[in-house]
Ligand binder design. Sequence first.
Ligand code: GLC
Length: 438
Amino acid sequence: MRFERSHTRRAVALGVAGSLVLLASACGGDDGSSGGSSGGAGALEGRGPITFATGKDTSGFLPKQVAAWNSQHPTEKVEIKELPEDADAQRQQMVQNAQNKSDAFSVLNMDVVWTSEFAANQWITQIPEDKVPDLGKLIPATVETAKYRDKLYAVPITSDGGLLYYRSDLLTKAGVEAPKTWDEMLAACLKVQALPEAKGMSCYAGQFEKYEGLTVNFSEAINSAGGVIVDKDGKPNVDTPEALAGLQELTKGFSTGAIPKAAVTYKEEESRRAFQEGKLLFLRNWPYVYALAGKTDGSSKIAGKFGVAPLPGKTGPGVSSLGGHDYAISQFAKNKATAVDFINFMASEERQKANIQGTSQAPTYASLYDDPELTKAFPYLAPLKASILGAQPRPRVVKYGDVTAAIQTAAYDALKNGKDPKQALSELQTKLSTLITQ
Ligand code: GLC
């Protein structure tokens, strides 16, 4: 209100011509930084067929969810546009599409870390909160990932928290419990590796290929040693003894062979396969692995032989990076009214429950973590809830693409190319300070 009144006063002072200019700029909001209440919101119009751009569906379950929508909406069908498996490649295609102002993608399945960049560039549409009925029922941290400058630009559909998968059969045989710290994990490995059944197995892997997953694993190592990449005020602060201790845990893992050399080529799927093939005692990965590693159709050698625990840390439980996916509407899409309805359909409790049952992915719907049917079928729900509630978001910045590239370079240089970890962190601090200035 104050904004409007001062506008009126200024308009009167400037005369009619001036007032027209001011009114136009108040309505238009052309720079995305105005935080204006309209922006792209309110323009959720048009009904008809839409497309849904999403990373590779490793579960094979997505077509069932979409078919459930399509059967109820024969004139507003959704067509899946499957993008690559790795997050950076997905982002690249979505960015390119947006830069071309193409309407080829209507709904975007966005990694939680992309919201600021896509919203600031006006590549996605602001969604008025009253168009999304269940927001209050979602885990609050997941809703934050879908906001930019306090406005909603997407709806959280799946969350993600890192988990420690371990070979329960071998740990039991060696008489060791699931570890809570890195030292306990390494000690457990030594005991288990002494068993004839564990001959040739490696201790641990995560995702260390140079892509978004490396940012996740690097952040988790640093956060789990008490360090940060950016502090509470959003300022880079990665050149610290705590961050160094975290990074050194990883470099030490590689130099001692606790982490196999091949892990620098692992993304989520490569590391899952290594674990399923019986090459690893411990694996850091997301909840989607639970369903696939437990398959009894012969695709997994370890069905019934693994357990799930919270990530380990330096002196106690570790800290996960907050992962997950939010659905957004491309600014350039047609049929935005259909798009928002489809998003609400996928965000509903019923669809989220179907999704965890079909994929073991983490819901954003809070009550599902206490649903008796689900807690019975998915014993990992308790550590997963703890992982998500204690998770650290990655930096929420408009230049996220540059920030994650800088983190990946520093981490990869230290892990793969032998760069001194202290030097890598000091260079990263300098680089991040130029990228994150707000
Ligand atoms: C998962 C997470 C996502 C993360 C990505 C990294 O898809 O949900 O947030 O960025 O893995 O590979």
